[in-house]
Design a protein. Structure first.
Length: 180
C-alpha cells in the first residue's frame, strides 16, 4: 500500500474521532464540577475546617441549627444562592477561603481577630431570596406593632440579616462584641 494512502486513512480516522476527545473532556469537566459542587454543599464539608468551629457551634445552638420543629437550615440554605449560575460564581469565589485554609493557615488567634470582619462579609452576601425559601414575608406574624411596621417598611428595601443578624449563628463569646 502506498504511504500516502495510509497517511490519508489515518488523517481521516483522526478527523472522524477528533471531536470525541473535546466532547469527553467537556463531559468529564461537567461531572467534576457537579460532583465538587454537591460535595461542597454539604454541611459536613463546612464543618470540616477548624476555622469554622465557632460558626458551627453557634449555628448548632441557634434556631436554624436546632429548634422544636426539627427543621434545620444547613449552611447552603443561607450562604449559597439558589440560582445555579450565582451558586457557581459564589462557590468559585469561595476558592479564596480554601486557599487561606490550605496555604496561609491562620492561627486560632489570627482567625479570632478576623472573625468580626468575616462575619460582616458573610452577612452582606446572604440574599433575602435564601431567607424567603423558608420564610414567606406575607405569612410572617409579627409579635408586636414594632415588628409589623418594620417588616412592612423593610420589605424589598433592606436585607433580612440587617435586622436579624444573630438568627443563624446566635451570639457567642468570640463574636458577641460585633453582633447585636
Amino acid at each position: 500500500m502506498d504511504t500516502k494512502v495510509v497517511k490519508d486513512e489515518r488523517s481521516l480516522k483522526i478527523k472522524q474521532v477528533g471531536w470525541l476527545l473535546p466532547i469527553c473532556l467537556i463531559i468529564a469537566g461537567l461531572f467534576f464540577t457537579l460532583g465538587a459542587s454537591h460535595y461542597t454543599s454539604q454541611t459536613e464539608y463546612c464543618m470540616s475546617c477548624h476555622e469554622m468551629n465557632t460558626a458551627v457551634s453557634s449555628w448548632q445552638q441557634s434556631t436554624h441549627g436546632m429548634n422544636n420543629l426539627g427543621i434545620t437550615a444547613d449552611c447552603q440554605s443561607c450562604h449559597i444562592p439558589g440560582n445555579t449560575l450565582q451558586m457557581l460564581v459564589t462557590k468559585a469565589g469561595k476558592l479564596s477561603e480554601l486557599y487561606v485554609h490550605l496555604v496561609e493557615k491562620p492561627t486560632p488567634f489570627e482567625f479570632k481577630r478576623m472573625s468580626p470582619e468575616l462575619a460582616r462579609r458573610a452577612r452582606a452576601k446572604i440574599l433575602n431570596e435564601n431567607c424567603e425559601e423558608c420564610h414567606v414575608l406575607d405569612n410572617l406574624v409579627p409579635q408586636n406593632q414594632t415588628q409589623q411596621i418594620a417588616h412592612s417598611t423593610a420589605a424589598n428595601q433592606t436585607s433580612c440579616v440587617s435586622c436579624h443578624q444573630t438568627v443563624g449563628h446566635g451570639k457567642n463569646t468570640e463574636r458577641e462584641g460585633e453582633l447585636k
